[in-house]
Design a protein around this ligand. Structure first.
Ligand code: COA
Length: 264
């Protein structure tokens, strides 16, 4: 079904593994097509509750855009590629179901951008992050100038992108680029543990949290529909009161029992 990614669905958690280990999982056109299609499947599926994105092997999450594809490109093709990359990553960022990156090695260039498009990131001890595009006479093209700035602040984002410095897992944790560091062996189990907790909560409330938080960090008015995050929060808070899960959650609390959510 997919040529460059592997998928595995267990207990409502879909693990998507970018599978070009001989090219350190670099993002070529096929990977973008597969990521786009798998996100459509995630959105449409009633079985998939949340997603982990990771890379095949232990050396690399994704070592960037596939530089080999750039050789024949002019300005128009480059702009088209950038737009395509941004669109696929917007689809991940705006997915109503949680998507976390399990970064197992290099997350460079487009790999760092992919990780940053996910709702949050955890990584293994050998993870390395960076936007080294200036080494190639380029800049990030899949949202990196924006998302790295949102996540770590302007000064650090400027420095990392201007120097092409690669940072290790500890520095990424210090900068809030990742939420947790673990061993390579424990990386997927840790991601599954976190998503199992999230999957036990009310799915509509989770999707509203994603929408509201995304508005807090995205300034693009086309994206926010002209609404402020506070307006969106009022509307979303109200919408939760129309869900069966809100009635179940509040009733279960008062009855001193664990809530059983149905996603309705
Ligand atoms: N695009 C295309 N191919 C890539 C790639 C990329 N972004 N990153 C790695 N590869 C390929 C290499 O060309 C090599 O292929 P080959 O065996 O057919 O020659 C293979 O993956 C292994 O990479 P290699 O460079 O030999 O591994 P390494 O351990 O010596 O170095 C990196 C690892 C990540 C430091 C190095 O591959 C690198 O700098 N990659 C590019 C990172 C980058 O600039 N990303 C931003 C792109 S816009």
């Amino acid at each position: 079904m997919y040529s460059t990614i592997l998928t595995n669905l267990e207990n409502g958690i879909l693990t998507v593994t970018i599978n070009r280990p001989d090219k350190l999982n670099a993002l070529n056109k096929s990977v973008f097509d597969d990521l786009n299609n798998v996100m459509d499947d995630v959105i449409a599926s009633s079985e998939i509750k949340s997603v982990i994105i990771t890379g095949a092997g232990t050396k690399s999450f994704v070592a960037g855009a596939d530089i080999a594809e750039f050789s024949s490109f002019g300005k128009a093709e480059a702009m088209e590629l950038s737009k395509r990359g941004q669109d696929v990553f917007f689809k991940i960022e705006n997915c109503s179901k949680p998507v976390i990156a399990a970064v197992n090695g290099f997350a460079l260039g487009g790999g760092c951008e992919l990780a940053m498009a996910c709702h949050f990131r955890i990584c293994s001890e050998n993870a390395k992050f960076g936007q080294p595009e200036v080494n190639l006479g380029l800049i990030p093209g899949y949202g990196g100038t924006q998302r790295l700035t949102q996540l770590i602040g302007k000064g650090k984002s400027m420095e990392l992108q201007m120097t092409a410095q690669i940072i290790d897992a500890n520095e990424a944790l210090k900068l809030n680029l990742v939420n947790h560091i673990t061993t390579s062996e424990n990386l997927l189990p840790k991601a599954i543990e976190i998503l199992t907790t999230i999957n036990s909560k009310a799915p509509i409330a989770i999707s509203k949290i994603i929408e509201c938080i995304n508005i807090a960090v995205v300034s693009d008015s086309a994206y926010t529909n002209g609404k402020s995050g506070y307006e969106k929060e009022v509307e979303s808070f109200g919408a939760c009161f129309e869900t069966a899960d809100m009635i179940e959650g509040t009733t279960a609390f008062l009855e001193k029992r664990k809530a059983i959510f149905t996603g309705k």
